[in-house]
Design a protein around this ligand. Sequence first.
Ligand SMILES: Nc1ncnc2c1ncn2[C@@H]1O[C@H](COP(=O)(O)OP(=O)(O)O)[C@@H](O)[C@H]1O
Ligand SMILES: [Mg+2]
Length: 233
Amino acid sequence: MALQLDHVRRGLVVTGKSGTGKTTFLARYLINSPRVRVRFVFDPDGPLSIRLGKRPVFTPQEMVAAIATGWVVYNPGRMFPGQSETAFDFFARWVWTVSARIPGRKIIAADELQKWTGTHRIRQGLALCLDTGRQHGLDSAFIAQGSNAIADRVKAQTTELVAFQLVTPRGLEWIEELGLDSQRVRRLPRLHFMAADLEAGTCHWGRLDGGRVLDPGESPPMPSIPRKRGRGA
Ligand SMILES: Nc1ncnc2c1ncn2[C@@H]1O[C@H](COP(=O)(O)OP(=O)(O)O)[C@@H](O)[C@H]1O
Ligand SMILES: [Mg+2]
């Protein structure tokens, strides 16, 4: 297939301390993003497959077969037991390669990126997805707990930054470097976030609610937030 040069690459990073809503946000983002042909999700521990209600795939045959469903939620536990960094590199290379043959928008996603990549240096698979993903119509959506846990090469390819509450000075570093309101991010209540479009230079504040993302003006008072029931809570 020809290079997909009309694709405008989007790179989302979601950050925040633990328990603030990051995984829920990423799951919704993957479900709600429009016009996505395939979501490729690296999910060693399984939280995303549970949140998404998708069965994980374990083998190359299953990965290929899942493409047609629009969701490849990959659990590397059988192919790479105890070797998550190698597994992520394999997955990212494979996603980059197959994306060249699939027209339309694709997203590679992972929770807790700092566990599968170095926080300073990244391996070739991720570098390919970030630096030349655009040619294959491939976007990215990653979670990292604090902004100090994100490699510079990932930062450089980030177009949208979503921050839930961060409290440590190191975790807030990138927010500060970008000139965003780090003091407000420090005080964010659970499930509230800042969403910055780094290309447009715009920023808005929102909150996760039952099934959608609310704008700040719409938010009902915190105590009335419905508790999520069932799996994944
Ligand atoms: N809209 C919501 N209303 C109430 N609780 C929620 C909502 N969204 C997520 N939660 C709960 O908040 C907790 C933390 O969410 P999670 O996405 O796992 O955070 P993180 O990934 O940052 O650790 C989970 O127990 C989740 O079920
Ligand atoms: Mg999480």
